[in-house]
Design a binder for this molecule. Structure first.
Ligand code: GLC
Length: 584
């Protein structure tokens, strides 16, 4: 495969187009994960079949054909393991069991069977940095004395100051407050502290202890043996902590820390963490069918993140800098170019993602008055509300643009329906621990986790037989149900279907990116990939479009007719276009 594809010359109304040298140079491999589209299912909000208001594995199995028919390669399933659900399942009490809320192991096996029938892979979300305080290992640690082998599975330390009144260091929890909690000794006196980078119900494992690594190797095999296609790896940057646990003056919760989280913080990106994933890669390679690992390695800069996808480590890493880039042509171009270079340097595909269960959905973010919202800080009823029309137009355009990029793409359930957050969720429904741990100062992530609208069969829009799911849906979702969008050719659902089909036909995931130099005064982003010209207008005015065959536009109103009766087309603001350029 050519790595520096030349697009045919494109006649331009203004300055002639010129393409920069290709910045993306994939290896020419056909490995599925180099060009995959992976769809995230957040089980508790996908589809409830028991009427308890919480989605379950059977709901996923029942509706999986809808997702497979979108044209995705794999599903990433957020945690469904046994859990007290203090952090929506990212607090695992048994890594080898399905939480009864979601079903049984047999339900998981049926889901895998259906996925195999539909030819989509199922990636399991593994949480190795911490477990639940209800996990048997942590309970044993609490019941054991300081210095015991049971405590050494976790990070216990004596406190500082008189009588150990002060925590062992200054680290803060991502969810607010100290990252240390003190436990009473059996005699009732104040005892040691344990580290939790997240909620106090999520004690961090001690990855310096080989027994922890052995336990997780066994957990991986448990799910691989059951047919998992691989793993999304939670907080893959934090497993190993710097020895001596030195103070750090950045904030682990990310607030007010520019560029958070730095790769050089003592709790992130320690060299030994890479040994863990080398072992995991080797385990995956013991199995047939290319089982994959995807890192949630949320470290800056992106060149540091690329360390997680070196050839003997993981396959993919989420591109959070891309997700967090504002609606700005120069900024987007810069991060895309930088991402491709960073991942090319280690021979890995870049990935692209716009939404997930931890950030405001892009249909909300891109219509919100504050251009950049931090993760964990969704909008609430007291905030200025987003413009839903603008948000949806930009979200559709951003997605079409993203799906034209070479590499792997991630989608979050409901974005194919154009859903935004529930930005007016009444506070009494909030369950994200961030909200309670910061006394409501940070709203948390509930707004992007609202149950999906399927159809008009029940009051919860087909999500459940219950009137409401675990979180209420916002008003206006009646017109956004999957059923309502099925037969509308201009619906967001059909835009996603067409884009994914064309992406596959043109094999854009394995292509090369060549920037279009004409930026219409800085408001247009354009690139060629595999004979397709991908254009995004981020500015306030329509821009001229090169002559060619329109393959797909982000909406029915994306294109206008150029003035002066030229008969050529213009791309309207907040719109994107895929075009096959006419050869000169
Ligand atoms: C990851 C998850 C997030 C969770 C956190 C702690 O960032 O995506 O939802 O709260 O890890 O496990």
């Amino acid at each position: 495969m050519s790595q520096t594809e030349e697009l045919p010359a494109i006649p331009q109304p203004a300055a002639p187009a010129r393409f920069e040298e290709a910045t993306h140079a994939p290896s020419g491999s056909t490995q599925w994960w180099r060009r995959s589209v992976i769809y995230q299912i957040y089980p508790r909000s996908f589809r409830d079949t028991t009427g308890n208001g919480i989605g379950d594995l059977r709901g996923i199995t029942t509706e999986l054909h809808h997702i497979a028919s979108l044209g995705v390669d794999a599903i990433w399933l957020s945690p469904f393991f046994a859990s007290p659900q203090k952090d929506a399942g990212y607090d695992v009490s048994d890594y080898r069991a399905v939480d009864p809320l979601f079903g049984t192991l047999e339900d998981f096996d049926e889901l895998i069977a259906e996925a195999n029938r539909l030819e989509v892979k199922i990636l399991v979300d593994i949480v190795p940095n911490h477990c639940s305080d209800q996990h048997a290992l942590f309970r044993e640690a609490l019941a054991s004395p300081a210095g015991s082998a049971a405590r050494d599975m976790f990070i216990f330390r004596d406190g500082l100051g008189d009588g150990g009144q002060l925590p062992p260091n200054n680290w803060q929890s991502h969810f607010g407050g100290s990252a240390w909690t003190r436990v009473p000794e059996p005699d009732g006196t104040g005892g040691q502290y344990y580290l939790h980078l997240f909620d106090s119900s999520q004690p961090d494992f001690n990855w310096d202890n080989p027994a922890v690594g052995d336990e997780f190797a066994s957990v991986l095999r448990f799910w691989l043996d059951r047919g998992a296609g691989g793993f999304r790896v939670d907080v893959a940057h934090a497993l190993v902590k710097a020895s001596g646990l030195p103070d750090w003056h950045g904030r682990a919760d990310g607030a007010d820390t520019p560029g958070y989280p730095f790769a050089d913080a003592p709790m992130f990106g320690q060299p030994a963490v890479h040994e863990v994933f080398r072992r995991w890669r080797a385990i995956c390679e013991e199995y047939p069918d290319e089982r994959v690992l995807c890192a949630e390695a949320n470290v800056h800069p992106i060149e540091a993140m690329a360390d997680w996808v070196r050839p003997d480590e993981m396959h993919q890493s989420f591109n959070f800098p891309f997700l967090h880039t504002d609606w700005d042509a120069a900024a987007l171009k810069a991060i895309i170019t930088r991402s491709l270079k960073a991942f090319d340097a280690v021979g890995a595909p870049s990935t692209w993602v716009l939404s997930n269960h931890d950030v405001p959905r892009h249909a909300t973010r891109l219509g919100a008055p504050t251009p950049a919202l931090r993760p964990g800080d969704g909008l609430g009823p007291e905030d200025a509300q987003p413009d839903p029309v603008l948000g949806l137009a930009r979200a559709r355009a951003a997605t079409l643009f993203m799906l034209g990029l070479p590499g792997g793409a991630y989608l979050y359930q409901g974005e194919e329906l154009g859903l935004g957050d529930h930005t007016e969720l009444p506070h009494e429904y909030r369950q994200d621990p961030t909200y309670a741990r910061t006394d409501g100062e940070r709203l948390g992530r509930d707004g992007c986790r609202v149950p999906l609208p399927w159809n008009d069969s029940t009051r919860s829009l087909g999500f459940s037989d219950a009137d409401t799911g675990w979180l209420p849906q916002p008003g206006g979702w009646e017109s956004l149900t999957r059923q309502a969008q099925e037969s509308d050719p201009d619906s967001t659902l059909n835009l996603y279907r067409k884009a994914l089909a064309l992406r596959r036909t043109h094999d854009l995931g394995l292509g090369n990116l060549n920037w279009l130099e004409d930026t219409a005064g800085g408001q247009l982003l354009g690139f060629g990939n595999s004979g397709v010209l991908v254009l995004l207008n981020l500015g306030p005015t329509p821009v001229d479009v090169p002559a060619g065959e329109v393959l797909l536009a982000s909406s029915a109103t994306a294109l206008g007719v150029a003035p002066a009766g030229t008969g050529s087309l213009v791309l309207n603001p907040d719109a994107a276009l895929w075009l096959r350029p006419r050869t000169a």
